[in-house]
Design a protein around this ligand. Sequence first.
Ligand code: SF4
Ligand code: SF4
Length: 378
Amino acid sequence: MSESIPVYKAVLYSLLLDILQTVLRMIPWSTEPGLYAVGNPDSDSPVVLTCNYDLTVRQVARVLAENDVWLVVAPSSGINVWCAAAGGHFGTHQIVTALKTCGIEAQVNHRRVILPQLSATGVLAREVSKRCGWKVRFGPAYATDLPRYLATGQKNDESMRRVHFRAFERMEMAFAWGFPMALVVVILVAPFRSNWCLPLAILIICTALAIFSLYDRIPSKPGITLSAVITGIALACVWAAGGNIGALLTALIFPGILVALLTFDYPGSTPIAGGAHFEERNWHIVVDAERCRGVFSCFEVCPEACFTKQDNPRFIYHSSPDRCIRCGACIVQCSQDALWFEDEQGQRIEPEQIRRYKLNLLGQRTINTEDQFIKPPV
Ligand code: SF4
Ligand code: SF4
């Protein structure tokens, strides 16, 4: 007879795994893609699809525990939704493949799937429908809003669509960036100066906490700012402790270089931060009044709630351009090609380029020219 694990042990294990996957989130943590039953779903139950980043899958399953839902886990290389969608690891091809192969089609009598809103920058909803007959709806930005979204007849109000960067999320990100840096520094410094390890680790984590707390007020590229602040504090500490030139150089090189390297992709790593690349060209969204048919897909997927609807005649205004992070989700989803990026000189990035090359203007994103949706369906 198999023994069941005591509840407290399961909770403790889950908590420890959450902490580990949060502080080491730069490492891909995968769940096996496939079909999972949450509660007791039947043929009419909603189908929710997410990436195969283990932390996300467990969070989604946890928040939906009181519901009866089919959960499809699609491959995203073990990366979270936002980064995987923007980087070309969680796109149309992965969604179609998951829906066609996981067995969901034999379980339900409908073809409607709810995707995370933050996947809209990489998943072309109408192409999914064309390729496999499944109708995509973009759900809330946060998994925690899924039960409310389902309970309100799958209506996404602004509080569910808009991404925030609340204190808890800032703390999570601070540890996610600070902990691996501290770990690397400790490993490198320990053989030479073991008594420095703890102060340096505390210094790096405290600085990361300070940077993320003051995130909105830090000018220029945060990666460089972070490096400069940490290096400056480290130098001051070593100097105050009577360190020699070697110690000063160590303090200068290790935190400075490591932080600069590890934070290189910092802009765009959270959906409230636009990429710092090409900032001087001021790429901005343009709405073509002639082409816009008021379908409002752009409105539904914008994580910054930059758009305002007009109902008669139907039209959309890009009313809060200052909030735009240039993720390109609105351009990807617009069926009329009525949106594009344009710079100060009037040069455009056409919608087809954005879709084909995942050419959002976030951080250092890979441009995945191998994406299958530009090839004929097989
Ligand atoms: S810009 Fe495109 S997606 Fe937005 S309302 Fe107009 S037609 Fe619809
Ligand atoms: S590019 Fe700007 S306007 Fe378009 S969805 Fe992203 S944040 Fe919203």
